[in-house]
Design a protein around this ligand. Structure first.
Ligand SMILES: Nc1ncnc2c1ncn2[C@@H]1O[C@H](COP(=O)(O)OP(=O)(O)OP(=O)(O)O)[C@@H](O)[C@H]1O
Length: 341
């Protein structure tokens, strides 16, 4: 079911789910491409499967939010995509770079030129003893000290600070800026070397709601202005109001996606239309939403029936079995519903 909501409200009601192609929206090569990604951590003989066959495609120029409960694997995914960690299995390609095949030199080049990062902690993004201007200049000088003229570098810094609307704090150090200003400067730092992909891990985690919205809008603005492919990992439940696509991770796999677009109705009024999809992988696995499972008492085993335009799922209870059998029979084809020979 498509859900229509007012622009001002902006919140997508729960309860409508659609089976969609794996990864949701239209698929091409993918600027970020993860296939069956697995990451197993072993500590003291205990194995934790942080990623359990995760599939994700992000198209060039897209901005996508990744949400999920604590421990679902969001940071593990981002750490792999940023080149700081290596997956245990599967494939991960970012801007054409195979992350499993990178040597140490290629890894440094990848982190300097291909991806930019924004982390939750300002201390990880900005050097405290440098001004905003000096912080943005630093990656430019580290990456190619001789390739750009001093004046061109200075122009680039000014342009980025203006784009992020923090030109007025250019001469301030992080301690002299608000949290929101610090994160805007951090985005400017991440964009200094014109990366193809911008990765952000909880960039609004330490901000209040209003400032979070401003920072997310700033990221969206940078995505729109520069075309940088952007992936934002967040706990922020309002993030889907700022991006067209939100991917939910559950137990180390992508489970659902929310797609959002703006439509103009017959009265010329703009409205956001929001649809939620369950993600179906290549071999036909999908995760049923937890509330659906709880509501119908679905567990361990369910009955399936192929209908002309949908697949039915029923609890494995005797009373329902008879009904399922009837439905299956009427459709003329069965999934794992009762079959009579
Ligand atoms: N270095 C590590 N060693 C052992 N286990 C780890 C390590 N890093 C993550 N894990 C485990 O992997 C799982 C996923 O962790 P991850 O940090 O990716 O989740 P998350 O969704 O980012 O959570 P949060 O929102 O709380 O940051 C968790 O069970 C976590 O305890």
């Amino acid at each position: 079911m498509t859900t229509v909501i007012d622009l001002d409200d902006g919140r997508a009601p729960a309860g409508s789910w659609r089976g969609g192609p794996e990864g949701g929206s239209g698929r091409g090569g993918g600027e970020i491409l993860c296939r069956d990604l697995v990451r197993i951590f072993a500590t003291d003989g205990v194995e934790v499967q942080a990623l359990q066959g995760l599939n994700l495609t992000v198209e060039p120029g897209e901005i996508v939010a990744v949400v999920g409960a604590s421990g679902s694997g969001k940071s593990t995914l981002l750490t792999i995509l940023s080149g700081l960690d290596t997956p245990t299995g599967g494939t991960a390609t970012v801007a054409g770079t195979d992350l499993l095949a990178m040597g140490p030199k290629a890894r440094v080049a990848y982190q300097r030129h291909t991806v930019g990062f924004v982390w939750q902690q300002t201390s990880r993004n900005l050097l405290p003893y440098l001004t905003a201007r000096e912080n943005v200049l630093m990656p430019l000088e580290l990456a190619a000290p001789s390739r750009r003229e001093r004046a061109a570098r200075a122009r680039r810094v000014d342009d980025l600070l203006d784009l992020l609307e923090v030109g007025h704090v250019a001469e301030r150090r992080p301690a002299e800026m608000s949290g929101g200003q610090q994160q805007r400067v951090a985005i400017a730092v991440a964009m200094a070397n014109s990366p193809r992909v911008l990765l952000a891990d909880e960039p609004t985690g330490e901000l209040d709601e209003a400032t979070s919205a401003e920072v997310l809008e700033a990221m969206r603005g940078v995505n729109r202005e520069t075309g940088v492919t952007t992936l934002v990992v967040t706990h922020d439940p309002t993030v889907s109001e700022h991006v067209a696509r939100t991917v939910q991770i559950r137990d180390g796999r992508t489970s659902t996606e929310t797609l959002r677009r703006t439509e103009t109705d017959e009265h010329g009024q703009a409205r956001h239309v929001s649809e939620e999809f369950a993600v179906l992988d290549r071999v036909g696995r999908l995760q049923l939403p937890e509330d659906f499972m709880a509501s119908l008492g679905l567990r361990d085993r369910v009955r399936l029936a192929l209908e002309p335009d949908h697949v039915g799922v029923w609890p494995d209870t005797p009373s329902r079995a008879a009904e399922t059998g009837r439905d299956t029979g009427s459709a003329g084809s069965g999934g794992s519903g009762r079959s009579e020979r």
